[in-house]
Design a protein around this ligand. Structure first.
Ligand SMILES: [Zn+2]
Length: 105
């Protein structure tokens, strides 16, 4: 399964490339045909923002507003951050739209 390159419109970007292409500020994935780069568009930024914020709010709530043991809190916090990162990668891989990279080599 491959995705369309936003430059040459050929299906050259693999799922794995897309998953790790990052968004606007990243270098992005290189198209094997036209050698130009693409990244995930603004949907990806929104998902990053929302999932990171959700993880942060969850962690803040747990540490300051519950009586849960601190060691356990730290463990769950790390887990929450990992989960939000995984969600971002899954979203980038399957749902985000590819756009040309702004990166200048
Ligand atoms: Zn291309």
């Amino acid at each position: 399964m491959k995705y369309e390159c936003p430059h040459c419109k050929e299906k050259t970007i693999t799922l794995k490339q897309k998953a790790f292409a990052g968004s606007l500020t990243s270098r992005g994935a290189e198209c094997e045909k036209c050698k130009r780069r693409c990244v995930n568009g603004k949907d990806s930024i929104i998902v990053r923002l929302v999932t990171s914020l959700a993880a942060l709010l969850f962690i803040t709530y747990m540490i300051f507003f519950t009586e849960i043991d601190m060691g356990f809190c730290i463990g769950v916090s790390i887990l929450a951050l990992v989960v939000s990162k995984v969600l971002q990668i899954i979203f980038d891989a399957f749902f985000a739209k590819l756009i040309p990279s702004q990166w200048i080599d």
